[in-house]
Design a protein around this ligand. Structure first.
Ligand code: ADP
Ligand code: MG
Length: 353
């Protein structure tokens, strides 16, 4: 359970403290007051990453050299220090992780606070680009599986090196076979771990009971192997990039129906697409619970303005089942009965009341 969080020079926060109870917490405040910033800080404590940017220094309050987020999660003190890369004229890491004051790598820091985030951009998972769908899979699996975290990092790194070599081959015709072989084996080994674990999650979703919306996921996987790389050798040389592997994965959501063509992306109504996402998010919680033996913290960032009242109530029913932190512009989105069971924090001028 997340007991408290302390922010310092984090985005719009100079200094702020928040305490949370086991119940649901509703954070209310107008636009740009800092609601998403606060959830970003909690997500950072949970995953070691931002859900809004790849550039970590952007989380630092503009003009500052060092910022920090620290949180009490049960009896653990989890802390992330962010810098602009140059503290007092000395080169420094952009991010540092500490557990009870002891420095950790991100792969070991992440996973101490399990969480599921639901933000308005999740509502586009089905219709938007494959990147969003791959990020979704990564977020679920990185939470529950250290081996997946290690494989993801190693894969991205090896892919970058391999692409640099392929680009060089494209430009100069020089193909450094020995070096390429080394990176080939790394992308194959780590890529296959990623594919198989993504497959396990998708199998879980497909066999799970669905109480909101019936669907199955079709995993459009881009398998990586020695044979597949050999097969694409000529094309890769021409394009200068790696053409197969989990960085090219995608999935689609298929409604159950009497027709064959039932992709929710193309045939579902807006309402059906929303229900599918709500169901997918609910199953993300169940998956984490099944793997880790406890329910994750649920973070809902300003999604109510995007949903109708029926969908809001579906979400709020799920919210009652574990610690939940919700942000919203208007308390009125939450029905009286639900509101009675919540702690309310009102944000004003970037501070809490
Ligand atoms: N690195 C930063 N330093 C200072 N202020 C920032 C930084 N990043 C974002 N902000 C400010 O944070 C505010 C947005 O906060 P946000 O949490 O997204 O609001 P909301 O309550 O609408 O979710 C904006 O005023 C923006 O200028
Ligand atoms: Mg926001």
């Amino acid at each position: 359970m997340l007991k408290s969080i302390h922010l310092q020079n984090f985005r719009s926060y100079k200094k702020a403290d928040f305490n949370f109870s086991e119940k649901s917490t509703l954070i209310v405040g107008p636009n740009t007051i800092g609601k998403s910033n606060l959830l970003e800080a909690i997500f950072l404590i949970s995953t070691g990453k931002s859900f809004r940017t790849e550039k970590d220094f952007q989380m630092l309050e503009q003009g500052k050299e060092v910022g920090r987020v620290s949180a009490m999660v049960d009896d653990l003190k989890l802390e992330v220090v962010i810098t602009n890369g140059n503290v007092g004229g000395v080169k420094s890491q952009y991010k540092k992780f500490l557990v009870n004051g002891v420095a950790k790598r991100r792969v070991d820091f992440a996973g101490n606070l399990l969480s599921v985030l639901f933000s308005p951009s999740d509502l586009d998972i089905i219709v938007d680009s494959p990147t969003l769908r791959r990020n979704f899979l990564d977020n679920v699996l990185e939470q529950v599986d250290r081996e997946y975290r290690v494989a993801s990092i190693a894969y991205v790194k090896a892919l970058r090196q391999r692409n640099a070599l392929l680009e060089l081959a494209r430009e100069t015709g020089a193909r450094n076979e020995k070096q390429l072989e080394y990176w080939d084996s790394l992308v194959i080994e780590n890529g296959q771990i990623i594919t198989s674990k993504r497959n396990q999650f998708i199998d879980f979703v497909n066999s799970a009971k669905k109480d909101i919306f019936e669907f199955i996921i079709l995993y459009d996987k881009s398998l990586i192997s020695k044979e597949r790389l050999d097969q694409y050798k000529v094309e890769e040389r021409l394009s200068g990039v790696t053409l197969v592997g989990p960085h090219r994965d995608d999935f689609s959501i298929q409604m159950k129906g009497k027709h064959i063509a039932n992709d929710v992306k193309y045939f579902g109504s807006r309402g059906q697409q929303r229900l599918a996402i709500l169901q997918l998010k609910a199953l993300e919680i169940t998956f984490i619970e099944e793997k880790m033996g406890k329910r994750p913290l649920l973070l809902l960032d300003d999604i109510f303005s995007e949903l109708d009242s029926g969908h809001i109530n579906l979400v709020l029913e799920k919210a009652g089942k574990q610690q939940t932190i919700i942000t919203t512009t208007h308390k009125e989105f939450v029905g009286k009965l639900f509101l009675k069971q919540m702690e309310v924090i009102e944000l004003e001028n970037g501070k809490k009341d």
